[in-house]
Write a protein that binds this ligand. Structure first.
Ligand code: GAR
Length: 211
């Protein structure tokens, strides 16, 4: 199984969905580490309860020294012999150098149908824009923020009177469904790039589009 680290900054509900999937010995990723950039991330306790090694590299301590922060993370990742990284609500932007080093082995979940609404406050912005469909995306990470080849997306309706919180909950349910699927593809070595786009071997393209 592919030794995988989950990087978090907060409550870790996507992390929990990945941990649950990886409890199945047939799941191709083994969650070998949960790493947080904040000591107060709620997900750390959940990971520890599940018996998964945890580590904290406090980004705050590095005062904008992103390279130093990442070097500290790299040391922890190396100690745990990590082969694959899944970002799950990890709220730090990674440098192009880090992204290049982990190219093809670094995956993220984002709460919108990219390329719509990169960045923060995606649910609020989707409601303000008046879109009828919103959702979430799992993608390989490339140098731009919330950019990179799409592996899977799920769409949900935006309903009249939706609040950002109500819409977020509807999207989050789908996040928990698509992230384990996409990580399994990547960990099993089924993903290759063709002209900059991700192709998943042995899987119909429609498997990457859930409504
Ligand atoms: C999730 O909605 C995730 O998609 C989002 O943060 C939330 C984390 O929740 N990620 C981003 O916005 C990344 N820029 P979780 O900690 O419960 O998984």
């Amino acid at each position: 199984r592919t030794r995988t680290a989950i990087l978090i900054s907060g409550r870790g509900s996507n992390m929990a969905a990945l941990l649950a999937a990886a409890r199945d010995p047939a799941y191709p990723a083994e969650i070998a580490l949960v790493l947080s950039n904040r000591a107060d991330a709620g997900g750390l306790a959940r990971a520890a309860e599940a018996g998964v090694p945890t580590a904290v590299v406090e980004s705050r301590g590095f005062r904008g020294d992103r390279a130093g922060f990442e070097a500290a993370m790299e040391r922890v990742l190396a100690e745990h012999r990590i082969e694959l990284i899944a970002l799950a609500g990890f709220m730090r932007v990674l440098t192009p150098g880090f992204v290049a080093r982990w190219e093809g082995r670094l995956v993220n979940i984002h709460p919108s149908l990219l390329p719509a609404f990169p960045g923060l406050d995606t649910h609020e912005r989707a409601i303000a824009a008046g879109v009828r469909l919103h959702g979430c995306t799992v993608h390989l990470v490339s140098a731009g923020v919330d950019e990179g080849p799409v592996l899977i997306q799920a769409a949900v309706p935006v309903l009249p009177g939706d609040t950002p919180a109500a819409l977020a909950a509807r999207v989050l349910e789908q996040e928990h469904r698509i992230y384990p699927a996409a990580l399994a593809w990547l960990a099993a070595g089924k993903v290759r790039l063709e002209a900059g786009q991700a192709v998943v071997e042995g899987t119909p393209a429609a498997a990457g589009a859930l409504v």
